[in-house]
Design a protein around this ligand. Structure first.
Ligand SMILES: CC(=O)SCCNC(=O)CCNC(=O)[C@H](O)C(C)(C)COP(=O)(O)OP(=O)(O)OC[C@H]1O[C@@H](n2cnc3c(N)ncnc32)[C@H](O)[C@@H]1OP(=O)(O)O
Ligand SMILES: O=C([O-])CC(=O)C(=O)O
Length: 386
């Protein structure tokens, strides 16, 4: 069979119609439902952006208030989820924990797959989406306490989504500057067209399975180092480089061995990812106040970006969203293995918006393949095989 239509990694192949977000990869431009990410970071907050993604339009004050109250009211997870988490090895990666814990939420709800009536019932789907967005931060923050032998810190309903997460992570009143930064990071990570994890949402959702499987699968997909897992790798790489003076030799070694530079390159952007620009700007803003705790890491990051862009820019390989996010989280005192779970917290809104879009016009995903195996032949009994 001819393989003229085969595109490895489905590069350039449209998998769906969508109105959730749009990327101009040549210009380095990203919009959610028509609004630029820069505008949303400046004027909005994560709660509003999540609802914008889910509903398709900026909400009225009443709708936003209702959604926000819903998020605050559903932060608690059932005691049984905590019991399940108790059996997970504390040495496991938080993304593995999150994958299991989110999938397990489906067992605490009556239906295992969506009936036709449920699929067409918008308020029912809205409620499921809102509850998932509300609970992922709780699970991540609970784990941060539980893995060090502490009791989870109960969520607070008087705090915003970002503030409550930071509070639950540490048990301390969060620094308002860090709340603002995290809120902006959540906005910037909330959505990104048909990336690998969102594609997994479309495929899993198209079978009409429950949203916990859909989001669990997406979390597993995001965890990989070629996707969301790169943010942890970036900070590990910067630590490994250690000093600004070592950047050149480090990059030369990587290039010579044909190894990837973490946080660089993108299937769609052939210029700098606009989210990297905004994240770097936030780090510069923090630095301008002169009290960065980890300025060394930021200086190394900037030098890696400068030198890696000199080497890889001509190929269209530039810094992506994962390059500066970890440096920011590190500055906020967040551990490196929580960077990708924070990405998942944010992306849950985009995933669920695509899940809703898929259900509204569903057809099961079932692509084909180019068969390159053997033609039919006779079975050979084991005694006659060499
Ligand atoms: C949230 C996100 O998912 S953002 C992406 C996060 N992932 C990373 O940062 C991991 C590092 N980056 C990568 O592995 C890739 O750039 C990906 C996975 C993001 C995109 O992969 P693809 O679109 O398949 O790009 P592909 O691997 O074909 O790269 C094209 C060329 O650029 C090079 N290249 C791409 N990324 C990098 C990199 N990070 N370091 C060095 N070279 C790179 C490739 O070696 C290839 O070179 P060649 O044409 O000489 O063979
Ligand atoms: O779009 C992609 O392929 C990966 C990405 O940047 C994201 O998911 O945010």
């Amino acid at each position: 069979m001819a393989d003229t239509h085969f595109a490895p990694g489905l590069e350039g192949v449209p998998a769906t119609h969508s109105s959730v977000s749009h990327i101009d990869g040549a210009a380095g431009f990203l919009t959610y439902r028509g609004y630029t990410i820069a505008d949303l970071v400046e004027h909005s907050n994560y709660e509003e952006v999540a609802l914008l993604l889910l509903d398709g339009a900026l909400p009225s004050a009443k709708a936003l208030d209702q959604f926000d109250r819903g998020l605050r009211a559903h932060r608690q997870v059932k005691y049984n989820v905590r019991e399940i988490m108790k059996f997970m090895p504390v040495t496991g990666h938080p993304m593995d924990m999150l994958h299991c814990a989110v999938a397990s939420l489906g067992m605490f709800y009556p239906q295992q797959e969506l009936s036709d009536a449920e699929r067409e019932n918008t308020p029912h789907l809205d409620a499921m989406a809102m509850r998932i967005i509300a609970r992922i931060p709780t699970i991540v923050a609970m784990w941060e306490q539980m893995r060090f032998g502490n009791d989870p810190i109960p969520p607070r309903s008087d705090l915003s989504h970002a503030a409550n997460f930071l509070y639950m992570l540490s048990g301390h009143e969060p620094d308002p500057a860090f709340v603002d930064i995290l809120d902006s990071c959540l906005i910037l990570h909330a959505e990104h067209t048909i990336n690998a994890s969102t594609f997994s949402v479309l495929v899993t959702g198209s079978t009409l399975t429950n949203p916990y499987h859909v989001i669990g699968g997406a979390i597993g997909t995001l965890a990989g180092p070629l996707h969301g897992g790169a943010n942890q790798k970036v900070v590990e790489m910067l630590e490994d480089i250690g000093t600004v003076q070592r950047v050149g030799a480090y990059l030369d070694g990587k290039m010579a061995n044909k190894e990837k530079i973490w946080g660089f390159g993108h299937r769609v952007y052939k210029t700098r990812d606009p989210r990297a620009t905004l994240l770097k700007g936030m780090m510069e803003e923090l630095a301008s106040h002169g009290n960065l705790r980890h300025s060394r890491l930021f200086e190394i990051a900037m030098e890696v970006e400068r030198q890696a862009t000199e080497r890889l820019g001509p190929k269209g390989v530039h810094a992506n969203v994962d390059f500066y996010s970890g440096v920011l989280y590190h500055e906020m005192g967040i551990k490196a293995d929580l960077f990708t779970p924070i990405f998942a917290m944010a992306r849950s809104a985009g995933w669920l918006a695509h899940w809703r879009e898929q259900l509204a016009d569903n057809r099961i995903f079932r692509p084909t393949q180019v068969y390159i195996g053997e033609q039919p032949k006779s079975y050979v009994p084991v005694a006659q095989r060499f």
